[in-house]
Design a binder for this molecule. Structure first.
Ligand SMILES: C[S@@+](CC[C@H](N)C(=O)[O-])C[C@H]1O[C@@H](n2cnc3c(N)ncnc32)[C@H](O)[C@@H]1O
Length: 293
Protein backbone atom coordinates (compact mmCIF):
# COMPACT_ATOMS: atom_id res chain seq x y z
CA UNK A 1 0.00 0.00 0.00
CA UNK A 2 1.47 3.38 -0.99
CA UNK A 3 1.49 6.18 1.55
CA UNK A 4 -1.21 8.85 1.22
CA UNK A 5 0.13 12.13 -0.11
CA UNK A 6 0.27 14.70 2.71
CA UNK A 7 -1.75 17.46 1.11
CA UNK A 8 -4.99 19.32 1.72
CA UNK A 9 -6.12 20.73 5.05
CA UNK A 10 -5.36 17.47 6.93
CA UNK A 11 -1.78 17.31 5.62
CA UNK A 12 -0.29 17.72 9.11
CA UNK A 13 -2.36 14.80 10.44
CA UNK A 14 -1.43 12.65 7.43
CA UNK A 15 2.24 13.29 8.18
CA UNK A 16 1.78 12.72 11.88
CA UNK A 17 -0.06 9.37 11.59
CA UNK A 18 2.37 8.11 8.93
CA UNK A 19 5.39 9.12 11.02
CA UNK A 20 6.42 8.31 14.57
CA UNK A 21 2.82 8.22 15.86
CA UNK A 22 1.79 5.54 13.35
CA UNK A 23 4.90 3.54 14.20
CA UNK A 24 4.25 3.83 17.94
CA UNK A 25 0.64 2.71 17.59
CA UNK A 26 1.70 -0.22 15.43
CA UNK A 27 4.49 -1.30 17.80
CA UNK A 28 2.21 -0.86 20.83
CA UNK A 29 -0.90 -2.32 19.23
CA UNK A 30 -1.38 -4.96 21.92
CA UNK A 31 -1.16 -2.39 24.73
CA UNK A 32 -3.41 0.10 22.95
CA UNK A 33 -5.99 -2.57 22.22
CA UNK A 34 -5.92 -3.89 25.79
CA UNK A 35 -6.58 -0.35 27.02
CA UNK A 36 -9.25 0.60 24.45
CA UNK A 37 -11.02 -2.67 23.69
CA UNK A 38 -13.52 -2.53 26.58
CA UNK A 39 -14.49 1.00 25.52
CA UNK A 40 -14.89 -0.06 21.90
CA UNK A 41 -17.00 -3.01 23.02
CA UNK A 42 -19.33 -0.69 24.96
CA UNK A 43 -19.72 1.54 21.88
CA UNK A 44 -20.37 -1.45 19.59
CA UNK A 45 -23.04 -2.62 22.02
CA UNK A 46 -24.54 0.88 22.10
CA UNK A 47 -24.59 0.89 18.27
CA UNK A 48 -26.69 -2.30 18.34
CA UNK A 49 -24.85 -3.81 15.39
CA UNK A 50 -26.79 -6.65 13.75
CA UNK A 51 -26.16 -9.37 11.17
CA UNK A 52 -25.82 -8.31 7.54
CA UNK A 53 -25.15 -4.65 8.27
CA UNK A 54 -22.65 -2.53 6.34
CA UNK A 55 -20.41 -0.48 8.62
CA UNK A 56 -17.86 2.25 7.99
CA UNK A 57 -15.20 2.35 10.74
CA UNK A 58 -13.63 5.82 10.60
CA UNK A 59 -10.02 6.29 11.64
CA UNK A 60 -9.86 2.53 12.24
CA UNK A 61 -6.09 2.53 12.91
CA UNK A 62 -4.76 -1.02 13.32
CA UNK A 63 -8.26 -2.40 12.74
CA UNK A 64 -9.19 -3.50 16.28
CA UNK A 65 -12.84 -2.45 16.13
CA UNK A 66 -13.22 -3.18 12.41
CA UNK A 67 -12.36 -6.81 13.09
CA UNK A 68 -14.32 -6.93 16.37
CA UNK A 69 -17.47 -5.91 14.46
CA UNK A 70 -17.04 -8.71 11.90
CA UNK A 71 -18.54 -11.33 14.22
CA UNK A 72 -21.60 -9.09 14.72
CA UNK A 73 -22.36 -8.51 11.02
CA UNK A 74 -21.32 -12.01 9.92
CA UNK A 75 -20.50 -13.28 6.44
CA UNK A 76 -23.37 -11.37 4.84
CA UNK A 77 -22.26 -8.04 6.36
CA UNK A 78 -19.40 -5.71 5.47
CA UNK A 79 -17.08 -3.59 7.63
CA UNK A 80 -14.88 -1.06 5.86
CA UNK A 81 -12.11 0.47 7.96
CA UNK A 82 -10.75 3.75 6.63
CA UNK A 83 -7.61 5.48 7.82
CA UNK A 84 -4.88 7.85 6.65
CA UNK A 85 -2.05 5.83 8.25
CA UNK A 86 -0.33 3.35 5.95
CA UNK A 87 1.61 1.49 8.70
CA UNK A 88 -1.48 1.11 10.88
CA UNK A 89 -3.57 -0.17 7.97
CA UNK A 90 -0.81 -2.60 6.95
CA UNK A 91 -1.06 -4.18 10.40
CA UNK A 92 -4.88 -4.14 10.18
CA UNK A 93 -4.78 -5.93 6.82
CA UNK A 94 -2.39 -8.57 8.14
CA UNK A 95 -4.89 -9.51 10.87
CA UNK A 96 -7.67 -10.47 8.41
CA UNK A 97 -6.17 -13.90 7.92
CA UNK A 98 -6.61 -14.64 11.64
CA UNK A 99 -10.40 -14.59 11.14
CA UNK A 100 -12.30 -17.81 10.42
CA UNK A 101 -12.20 -18.41 6.66
CA UNK A 102 -15.91 -17.75 6.09
CA UNK A 103 -15.54 -14.25 7.62
CA UNK A 104 -12.38 -13.15 5.84
CA UNK A 105 -14.40 -11.46 3.07
CA UNK A 106 -16.37 -9.30 5.54
CA UNK A 107 -13.73 -6.68 6.48
CA UNK A 108 -11.75 -4.46 4.12
CA UNK A 109 -9.46 -1.49 4.67
CA UNK A 110 -9.15 1.71 2.68
CA UNK A 111 -6.26 4.15 2.90
CA UNK A 112 -8.02 7.50 2.57
CA UNK A 113 -8.83 10.80 4.26
CA UNK A 114 -12.38 10.17 5.49
CA UNK A 115 -13.17 13.88 5.40
CA UNK A 116 -12.94 14.09 1.60
CA UNK A 117 -12.97 10.52 0.27
CA UNK A 118 -15.78 9.75 -2.22
CA UNK A 119 -17.50 6.90 -0.42
CA UNK A 120 -20.26 5.09 -2.27
CA UNK A 121 -23.31 7.18 -1.40
CA UNK A 122 -26.09 5.93 0.90
CA UNK A 123 -24.49 2.53 1.36
CA UNK A 124 -23.69 2.11 5.08
CA UNK A 125 -26.05 1.34 7.98
CA UNK A 126 -23.63 2.66 10.58
CA UNK A 127 -20.76 5.13 10.79
CA UNK A 128 -18.63 4.00 13.71
CA UNK A 129 -15.42 5.21 15.29
CA UNK A 130 -13.31 4.49 18.35
CA UNK A 131 -11.43 7.75 18.92
CA UNK A 132 -10.81 8.34 15.18
CA UNK A 133 -12.96 11.40 14.41
CA UNK A 134 -11.30 14.23 16.38
CA UNK A 135 -8.55 14.96 13.89
CA UNK A 136 -10.32 16.79 11.04
CA UNK A 137 -9.33 20.38 10.17
CA UNK A 138 -12.94 21.03 9.10
CA UNK A 139 -15.05 18.63 11.17
CA UNK A 140 -18.42 19.83 9.85
CA UNK A 141 -17.41 19.25 6.23
CA UNK A 142 -15.89 15.88 7.22
CA UNK A 143 -19.07 14.70 8.95
CA UNK A 144 -21.21 15.95 6.05
CA UNK A 145 -19.01 13.94 3.68
CA UNK A 146 -19.26 10.80 5.84
CA UNK A 147 -23.02 11.26 6.28
CA UNK A 148 -23.41 11.13 2.49
CA UNK A 149 -22.20 7.51 2.73
CA UNK A 150 -24.95 6.65 5.24
CA UNK A 151 -28.24 5.06 4.19
CA UNK A 152 -31.29 7.28 4.82
CA UNK A 153 -32.19 5.45 8.06
CA UNK A 154 -28.54 5.01 9.08
CA UNK A 155 -26.93 5.89 12.39
CA UNK A 156 -23.71 7.24 13.85
CA UNK A 157 -21.88 6.00 16.96
CA UNK A 158 -18.45 7.14 18.05
CA UNK A 159 -16.23 7.40 21.09
CA UNK A 160 -14.34 10.58 21.92
CA UNK A 161 -12.46 11.75 25.00
CA UNK A 162 -13.87 14.19 27.53
CA UNK A 163 -11.75 17.12 28.80
CA UNK A 164 -8.04 16.44 29.53
CA UNK A 165 -8.60 17.53 33.13
CA UNK A 166 -10.86 14.45 33.59
CA UNK A 167 -8.43 12.10 31.85
CA UNK A 168 -5.85 11.18 34.40
CA UNK A 169 -4.08 8.83 31.97
CA UNK A 170 -2.96 11.85 29.98
CA UNK A 171 -2.74 14.54 32.67
CA UNK A 172 -0.49 12.62 35.08
CA UNK A 173 2.31 11.94 32.55
CA UNK A 174 1.80 15.32 30.87
CA UNK A 175 2.19 17.29 34.09
CA UNK A 176 5.30 15.28 34.98
CA UNK A 177 6.76 15.81 31.49
CA UNK A 178 5.98 19.53 31.45
CA UNK A 179 8.46 20.21 34.23
CA UNK A 180 11.19 19.39 31.73
CA UNK A 181 9.74 20.56 28.42
CA UNK A 182 10.21 24.02 26.92
CA UNK A 183 7.12 26.21 27.48
CA UNK A 184 4.52 26.05 24.69
CA UNK A 185 1.75 28.41 23.59
CA UNK A 186 -1.70 27.44 24.95
CA UNK A 187 -3.49 25.33 22.33
CA UNK A 188 -6.92 25.94 20.83
CA UNK A 189 -8.94 23.25 22.70
CA UNK A 190 -10.80 22.37 19.49
CA UNK A 191 -7.67 22.06 17.33
CA UNK A 192 -7.44 18.59 15.74
CA UNK A 193 -6.24 16.17 18.40
CA UNK A 194 -7.50 13.59 20.90
CA UNK A 195 -9.38 16.13 23.05
CA UNK A 196 -10.89 18.29 20.27
CA UNK A 197 -14.38 16.87 20.92
CA UNK A 198 -14.46 17.20 24.69
CA UNK A 199 -17.14 19.90 24.65
CA UNK A 200 -20.65 18.57 24.04
CA UNK A 201 -22.01 21.86 22.70
CA UNK A 202 -19.22 22.08 20.13
CA UNK A 203 -19.78 18.49 18.95
CA UNK A 204 -23.57 18.96 18.82
CA UNK A 205 -23.13 22.02 16.58
CA UNK A 206 -20.82 20.12 14.24
CA UNK A 207 -23.12 17.12 13.91
CA UNK A 208 -26.29 19.21 13.55
CA UNK A 209 -24.62 21.39 10.89
CA UNK A 210 -23.55 18.23 9.07
CA UNK A 211 -27.21 17.11 9.00
CA UNK A 212 -27.43 14.59 11.86
CA UNK A 213 -30.37 14.46 14.26
CA UNK A 214 -31.17 12.88 17.67
CA UNK A 215 -27.65 13.65 18.88
CA UNK A 216 -26.95 12.24 22.32
CA UNK A 217 -24.00 11.75 24.67
CA UNK A 218 -23.45 8.96 27.14
CA UNK A 219 -20.64 9.58 29.61
CA UNK A 220 -18.37 6.75 30.65
CA UNK A 221 -15.57 6.98 33.19
CA UNK A 222 -13.40 3.91 32.65
CA UNK A 223 -10.51 2.83 34.81
CA UNK A 224 -7.97 1.67 32.25
CA UNK A 225 -5.28 -0.90 32.83
CA UNK A 226 -2.26 0.54 31.04
CA UNK A 227 0.99 -1.20 30.14
CA UNK A 228 1.90 -4.71 29.07
CA UNK A 229 3.00 -6.43 32.23
CA UNK A 230 6.43 -4.82 31.94
CA UNK A 231 8.80 -2.95 34.24
CA UNK A 232 7.93 0.45 35.67
CA UNK A 233 10.42 2.11 33.28
CA UNK A 234 8.92 0.37 30.25
CA UNK A 235 5.45 1.42 31.36
CA UNK A 236 6.70 5.03 31.60
CA UNK A 237 7.97 4.71 28.01
CA UNK A 238 4.45 3.68 26.94
CA UNK A 239 3.06 6.90 28.45
CA UNK A 240 5.71 8.88 26.55
CA UNK A 241 4.19 7.65 23.29
CA UNK A 242 0.64 8.81 23.96
CA UNK A 243 -1.11 11.96 22.70
CA UNK A 244 0.25 15.34 23.77
CA UNK A 245 3.30 13.89 25.58
CA UNK A 246 4.47 12.14 22.43
CA UNK A 247 3.85 15.27 20.35
CA UNK A 248 5.84 17.39 22.79
CA UNK A 249 8.75 14.97 22.62
CA UNK A 250 9.09 14.95 18.83
CA UNK A 251 12.66 16.03 17.89
CA UNK A 252 13.72 16.46 21.54
CA UNK A 253 17.20 15.42 22.64
CA UNK A 254 17.80 12.04 24.29
CA UNK A 255 18.91 13.77 27.49
CA UNK A 256 15.55 15.51 27.78
CA UNK A 257 13.69 12.28 27.04
CA UNK A 258 15.61 10.63 29.87
CA UNK A 259 14.59 13.41 32.26
CA UNK A 260 10.95 13.12 31.17
CA UNK A 261 11.02 9.36 31.64
CA UNK A 262 12.39 9.81 35.16
CA UNK A 263 9.63 12.27 36.00
CA UNK A 264 6.91 9.96 34.66
CA UNK A 265 8.35 6.99 36.57
CA UNK A 266 8.10 9.07 39.74
CA UNK A 267 4.53 10.19 38.93
CA UNK A 268 3.14 6.70 38.27
CA UNK A 269 5.25 4.62 40.70
CA UNK A 270 2.68 4.49 43.50
CA UNK A 271 0.01 3.17 41.11
CA UNK A 272 2.21 0.59 39.40
CA UNK A 273 1.20 -3.00 40.21
CA UNK A 274 2.43 -6.16 38.47
CA UNK A 275 3.36 -4.45 35.23
CA UNK A 276 0.33 -2.19 34.90
CA UNK A 277 -0.89 1.21 36.00
CA UNK A 278 -4.58 1.83 36.52
CA UNK A 279 -5.65 5.26 35.31
CA UNK A 280 -9.02 6.95 35.19
CA UNK A 281 -10.52 8.46 32.05
CA UNK A 282 -13.64 10.19 30.82
CA UNK A 283 -15.16 9.74 27.41
CA UNK A 284 -18.39 10.14 25.54
CA UNK A 285 -20.24 7.59 23.46
CA UNK A 286 -21.91 9.90 20.96
CA UNK A 287 -24.87 8.67 18.94
CA UNK A 288 -26.96 10.31 16.22
CA UNK A 289 -29.22 9.44 13.31
CA UNK A 290 -28.95 10.41 9.72
CA UNK A 291 -31.32 13.35 9.40
CA UNK A 292 -33.17 11.56 6.56
CA UNK A 293 -36.16 9.26 6.97
C1 LIG B 1 -6.42 7.72 18.22
S1 LIG B 1 -6.21 6.78 16.77
C2 LIG B 1 -7.52 5.58 16.95
C3 LIG B 1 -7.32 4.36 16.09
C4 LIG B 1 -8.36 3.26 16.25
N1 LIG B 1 -9.70 3.74 15.97
C5 LIG B 1 -8.30 2.65 17.62
O1 LIG B 1 -9.18 2.88 18.44
O2 LIG B 1 -7.33 1.90 17.89
C6 LIG B 1 -6.87 7.91 15.56
C7 LIG B 1 -6.88 7.37 14.15
O3 LIG B 1 -7.54 8.29 13.29
C8 LIG B 1 -6.88 8.29 12.05
N2 LIG B 1 -7.23 9.51 11.32
C9 LIG B 1 -6.92 10.79 11.64
N3 LIG B 1 -7.40 11.64 10.72
C10 LIG B 1 -8.05 10.89 9.78
C11 LIG B 1 -8.73 11.19 8.58
N4 LIG B 1 -8.86 12.45 8.13
N5 LIG B 1 -9.27 10.17 7.87
C12 LIG B 1 -9.14 8.88 8.30
N6 LIG B 1 -8.48 8.54 9.43
C13 LIG B 1 -7.95 9.52 10.17
C14 LIG B 1 -5.41 8.18 12.44
O4 LIG B 1 -4.58 7.78 11.38
C15 LIG B 1 -5.48 7.18 13.58
O5 LIG B 1 -5.35 5.86 13.11
Amino acid sequence: MDQLEARGENAEQIEYWNGQAGENWTDRNDEMDAMLRPLGAAAIERAAVTGGEHILDIGCGCGGTTLDMVSFVGASGRVLGVDISEPMLALANSKIQQLPENLQGTPAFQLADASTYSFPSRSFDLLFSRFGVMFFADPTAAFANMRSALKPGGRLTFLCWGPPSENDWIMTPLMAAREHLPPTEPMDPTAPGPFAFSDQGYVTDILASAGFSNISFEATSPVMKMGRGQTLEETAEFFMELGPVSRALVDQADSLRTQVKGAIVEAIADRYRDGFVEMGGKCWIVTADNGLA
